[in-house]
Design a binder for this molecule. Structure first.
Ligand code: NAI
Ligand code: 13P
Length: 347
């Protein structure tokens, strides 16, 4: 019998992932809390707000009935914004049957609790009622997956067999996933890169050149790795797809909502206007607040993320933040135990 996959969230990413699973021959139920989307997806095969002009597979079925979506599902994949995960998980909790794999593809940290998404799911869903959680992450804009651009991702879980089962469902000739067991590193890389991408967009909006953008990405990765390793993640994860891979795509792609928000701020627009006009989630904005608190709790220096927090929440001018960053005292490049200990060969 074909696996049934419930994809919860019919925004740009949930819709494209659900569509890909249908193309892979699976039985998929795409759940949306917005009833208007159901006839649009089922009858016109479009999701015009989130994926303008993309024609969906004829067999993709949406429903606004959560019980119907998860009934008999062997995998339940959460693809709603981070700060909606808890409320959707609360609704799923009484519906869990038959120990499905629970997976998510969200990239953020929960406001208030500072929890990662897998931690929120584990806090809400009863132990033993599901397998996982499994995390899907990596450089993957929905718009590019929709056009079958070759895409590689990380699928992470402490339950490797669950990660491998999810890997198998998604793999095809343009979509390739690699397993990882470092859930902490994968989720931190995914969430923290969104904050840096706002900075990358802001530099572009202000007219900075390629050297500056490379500096931001590289030093951004350094501070993501600093916090991640401090919290116990594997440093190698940050040079993988969910680390540097996703940082590159989010800091350079016009599809990135985080980059676009930063670009608009760099051009002098107001944050409230930018968010109102986006019509989709910009995860880096709330994550910047969580990172500000987390860095303080952990006693970890995150100067770029902190500067972006100051711009978003304290009204700091971007140029002043950049001037302050450049005026910091000189430092060694690596301060988090990654320096190669080998002695250079004498020639
Ligand atoms: N769009 C992309 O290319 C990618 C997005 N992601 C991540 O996937 C997650 C979802 O992103 P998108 O699909 O892009 O967001 P989106 O903004 O396009 O869509 C979000 C969807 O969640 C629904 N939603 C919002 N609040 C809800 C609630 N309280 N209850 C139920 N449904 C709710 C919305 O109605 C919408 O259908 C985010 O964490 C994002 O970082 C990850 C990889 C790629
Ligand atoms: O995570 C993403 C691509 O890998 C999506 O980034 P945005 O949320 O900035 O669009």
């Amino acid at each position: 019998m074909t696996d049934k996959i419930a994809v919860l969230g019919a925004g740009s990413w949930g819709t494209v992932l659900a569509n890909l699973l249908v193309e892979n021959g699976l039985n998929v139920a795409l759940w949306t809390h917005d009833q208007k989307q159901v006839p649009e997806i089922n009858e016109t095969h479009h999701n015009q707000h989130y994926l303008p002009d993309f024609v969906l597979h004829d067999d993709l079925r949406a429903t606004s009935d959560l019980a119907e979506a998860v009934a008999g599902a062997t995998v339940i994949l959460f693809v709603v914004p981070t700060n909606a995960i808890r409320s959707v998980a609360e609704q799923v909790k009484p519906l869990l049957q038959g120990q499905p794999i629970v997976a998510h593809a969200a990239k953020g940290l929960e406001l208030g609790t500072k929890l990662r998404v897998s931690e929120v799911l584990a806090a809400v869903l009863p132990v033993g009622a599901y397998r996982g959680p499994v995390v899907i992450s990596g450089p993957s804009h929905a718009e590019d997956v929709a056009t079958k651009d070759i895409t590689t991702l990380t699928v992470a879980s402490s339950d490797l067999a669950a990660a491998q089962a999810v890997q198998k469902l998604f793999m095809n000739d343009y979509f390739r996933l690699y397993t990882n067991t470092d859930v902490l590193g994968v989720e931190l890389g995914a969430a923290l890169k969104n904050v840096i991408a706002i900075g990358a967009g802001a530099l572009h909006g202000l007219g900075y050149g390629d050297n500056t953008k490379a500096a931001l990405m590289t030093r951004g990765l350094a501070e993501i790795t600093r916090l991640g390793t401090h919290m116990g993640a594997n440093p190698m994860t940050f040079i993988g797809l969910s680390g540097v891979g996703d940082l590159i795509v989010t800091c350079t792609s016009v599809h990135s909502r985080n980059w676009r928000a930063g670009n608009a701020l760099g051009q002098g627009k107001k944050l409230s206007d930018v968010l109102a006009n986006m019509g989709m989630v910009v995860e880096g904005v709330s994550t910047a607040k969580v990172v500000h608190e987390l860095a303080k709790d952990q006693g970890c220096d995150m100067p770029i993320s902190e500067g972006i927090y100051q711009v978003l929440y304290q009204g700091a001018p971007i140029k002043t933040v950049i001037t302050d960053l450049m005026a910091r005292e000189g430092k060694p490049e690596f301060d988090f135990g990654l320096t190669l200990q080998t002695t250079p060969k004498q020639v």
